[in-house]
Design a protein around this ligand. Structure first.
Ligand code: R5P
Length: 275
């Protein structure tokens, strides 16, 4: 593997533990001012120091993250439709030159397997891998799920494997029953998305199970930034991912660290969509 590509990947997946905690804050690219991310800078700033990487769009990167202190960046480079449109109708939205100018550690793009636009999505992934390979930039494929698609092992394994076959260097998917089948049949590292907000202990259990069944880490958004205490929550997630903490140990870290501060999601002006 190319030196630059390997170097970038090791900025995401920590060599010491072989794991990663990615903080996903890219939701606005199709959800607009998502609850908890209304003022992205305020949400991201206290969390960034705890994240191995930030997954976000170039707009939020440029406006809401300081270049001097940013962790490695996984740049969302696909987009097009909003939550009100046909989600799968995405294209590549960022030139590789701009991603390089932003010094990204990786680019991320969604594929909606089984959607009306799956062929275009998958060919866009292949194109991004071709461009990334030219400059040593890895690609994270996001196995997105359309409104009516089922998040089961059969579907997610299909999507993850197709992404890897097209050359994705990492794949992000959802947790599901028989998650081990998804990981075992995908030849590149798999990170698990958090999905919609659940009680903290449930989200920690999901992260624990995913790691136990072979995920290389989490790429978690709403279950962190919509938590009662996002900073306490990301520390609890880190304990599971990097320190092999049990769910109870991690929940104790969450409870002890929890501050009295009001979470950003309580500003109440952001949207919550069941995506
Ligand atoms: C969705 O397409 C976005 O890429 C999110 O980054 C992803 O869903 C992970 O965030 P969450 O943990 O909120 O599901």
């Amino acid at each position: 593997m190319d030196w630059g590509l390997k170097n970038r990947l090791s900025r995401i997946v920590q060599p010491k533990t072989g794991k990663t905690v990615m903080l996903a804050v890219d939701h606005g690219y199709f959800l607009g001012p998502t609850s908890g991310l209304e003022v992205a800078r305020e949400t991201i700033k206290p969390l960034a120091v705890w994240a191995d990487s930030l997954m976000l769009t170039r707009g939020i990167l440029r406006t809401s993250v300081d270049p001097e202190t940013a962790p490695p960046i996984v740049l969302r480079v696909s987009g097009g439709p909003s939550i009100l449109g046909e989600l799968s109708n995405e294209g590549i939205s960022v030139a590789m030159e701009d991603a390089m100018r932003l010094n990204v550690a990786a680019c991320a793009l969604s594929i909606f397997v089984g959607s009306p636009h799956e062929k275009e999505n998958i060919l866009n992934l292949a194109r991004l891998v071709n461009e990334g390979t030219r400059y040593g930039i890895p690609v994270l494929a996001v196995t997105a799920v359309g409104k009516d698609m089922k998040r089961d092992a059969r579907y997610l394994a299909l999507a993850c494997r197709i992404a890897a076959e097209q050359g994705a260097h990492m794949v992000k998917t959802y947790y599901c029953e028989e998650f081990e089948k998804v990981v075992q049949t995908c030849p590149v590292p798999v990170v698990v998305a958090g999905g919609k907000k659940t009680p903290e202990k449930e989200a920690l259990q999901m992260a624990y199970d995913a790691i136990k069944l072979g995920a290389v880490g989490v790429d978690m958004g709403r279950n962190i930034f919509q938590s009662d205490d996002p900073v306490a929550m990301i520390q609890a997630v880190r304990a599971i991912v990097h320190k092999k903490a049990t769910v109870n140990e991690a929940y104790e870290i969450f409870s002890k660290t929890k501050s009295k501060k009001q979470a950003p999601s309580k500003t109440g002006v952001g949207n919550t969509w069941e995506d």
